[in-house]
Design a binder for this molecule. Structure first.
Ligand SMILES: *Cc1c(COP(=O)(O)O)cnc(C)c1O
Length: 221
């Protein structure tokens, strides 16, 4: 069973890295997966999921939430400012805070609602032009702006390393930036590299295809 296998590999990686048991949360990335596969993982008792599109999440999670209790869904893909209110209805956490305009929109919406999802700042550690995320040199300032200008509690940092580079270098860099900013949470590691991410301090790993099988309709990273 794929879910159990991944849970066991996470537990083993925690032991190997001298991390406490349960220190790492498994986000099962259900984007573009058939509903039957997602329902199967819910039936096995898993409750934490990741989606990377607001619209897609809106199409499936309200129904799953009415069938299963205690479900949590994290947004791990880009968030447009005009979808902030919808996102706050759908997600317990947002991993992709990456610009001041979005911080401002989130702050306004959070103030009206009176509660705030867990927020991660996405960092573009590879400085890739096509990729979202705050540049490494701007992270400290952006954390400060979120906290001081917008009164947003920041839980941690998130990274998607460049596909053609050793991810460990990027995980280590993210951990270092989080530590110097007093941030406890690290969203890093996917199907192919979550054990390396755990060794470097990941608190949230985002695993899709290794749990559900290959995505049916193409990747939308
Ligand atoms: C799709 C996706 C994942 C999961 O990728 P897998 O390789 O299938 O584990 C993780 N993080 C983000 C941001 C994604 O978009």
């Amino acid at each position: 069973m794929a879910l159990l296998d991944i849970q066991q590999r996470i537990a083993a990686a925690e032991v190997k890295a001298n991390r406490a048991a349960g220190a790492v949360k498994l986000i099962a990335v259900s984007k573009v997966q058939p509903d039957a596969r997602v329902a199967d993982v819910l039936q096995q008792g898993h409750r934490l999921f990741g989606e990377n599109r607001v619209q897609e999440a809106a199409g499936k999670w309200p129904d799953f939430r009415s069938d299963f209790t205690d479900v949590q869904v994290h947004l791990i893909g880009p968030l447009q400012t005009n979808k902030v209110n919808q996102a706050l209805e759908l997600f317990e956490a947002i991993h992709t805070l990456d610009r001041e305009k979005l911080a401002k929109k989130l702050a306004d919406a959070v103030q009206k609602r009176g509660n705030c999802p867990d927020l991660f700042i996405q960092v573009n550690t590879g400085e890739e032009p096509q990729k979202a995320g705050v540049l490494p040199a701007e992270v400290d300032n952006f954390v400060k702006t979120c906290r001081e200008t917008y009164d947003l509690p920041i839980a941690g940092l998130m990274v998607i390393p460049p596909v053609d580079e050793e991810p460990s270098l990027h995980f280590a860099l993210l951990a270092k930036m989080a530590a110097r900013n007093g941030l406890s949470d690290l969203s890093m590691g996917m199907s192919s590299d979550f054990e390396r991410a755990i060794a470097l301090g990941a608190t949230h790993v985002r695993v899709g295809s290794a749990i559900f099988g290959e995505r049916v309709a193409g990747v939308n990273l």
